[in-house]
Design a protein around this ligand. Structure first.
Ligand code: IMP
Ligand code: MG
Length: 216
């Protein structure tokens, strides 16, 4: 699941923007499409199959890390539901949400803030599947995992749609991942830059002009 390699010694540049449909209001802001929506869906279908194979038989609490994880969470759960409807084995699913924030502009801050969601104590004794959009330094996930461990869940697995190839990584790797991606700031498919670009279907590289335009 490693995308062909980008620059800054990583030459994966994806596809020209003109090959796909993007909202008019974002045309000037994006450099390239790195993962088209259809490819995200196809990979997500397979992740659903792998997760049910490994965690099936137990009740799963799918924990969505908001806001960036909401699209991947919804689509992944749809595929798990489809498997449940069409296979001999099925796995009961319930959902939960947590809101974390660590980013300002395109910089990861050193603090990870929990700014919403249900009491984590409801996860005691449960099989939890954390659903995240992207792992960069790994700090967000390591913080969440340590918070969760205080509540003694029975099992915790992490699925992240994307993992960034970056020297800033702590070395943390999720149990399941969709794609490894180059060290660019990416937007779309619910990944945002200061709340913009969640309404874009493909995962794209944000250009430098747009980083200034939408800066807070
Ligand atoms: P980490 O704590 O450095 O691993 O960063 C993880 C969080 O930062 C993710 O949950 C995202 O919300 C955000 N993030 C990291 N890289 C990107 C990116 O390229 N685009 C948008 N959000 C990102
Ligand atoms: Mg996130």
């Amino acid at each position: 699941c490693r995308l062909p390699s980008p620059s800054k010694n990583d030459d994966e540049k994806g596809y020209e923007l003109d090959l796909f449909c993007v909202p008019k209001h974002y045309e000037e802001d994006l450099d390239r499409v790195i993962i088209p929506h259809g490819l995200i869906m196809d990979r997500t279908e397979r992740l659903a199959r792998d997760i049910v194979r490994d965690m099936g038989g137990h009740h799963i609490v799918a924990l969505c890390v908001l806001k960036g994880g909401y699209k991947f969470f919804a689509d992944l759960l749809d595929y798990i539901k489809a498997l449940n409807q069409n296979c001999d084995k099925s796995v009961p699913l319930t959902v939960d949400f947590i809101r974390l924030k660590s980013y300002c502009n395109d910089q990861s801050t050193n603090r990870v803030k929990v700014i919403g969601g249900d009491e984590l104590s409801t996860l005691t004794g449960k099989n939890v599947l954390i659903v995240e959009d992207i792992v960069e330094t790994g700090r967000t996930m390591e913080t969440l995992l340590s918070l969760l461990s205080e509540c003694n869940p029975k099992m915790v697995k992490v699925v992240s749609l994307l993992v960034k190839r970056t020297p800033r990584s702590s070395g943390y790797r999720p149990d399941y991942m969709g794609f490894e991606v180059p060290d660019w700031f990416l937007v779309g498919y619910a990944l945002d830059y200061n709340e913009y670009f969640r309404d874009l279907s493909h995962i794209c590289i944000l250009n430098e002009k747009a980083k200034v335009k939408y800066k807070v």
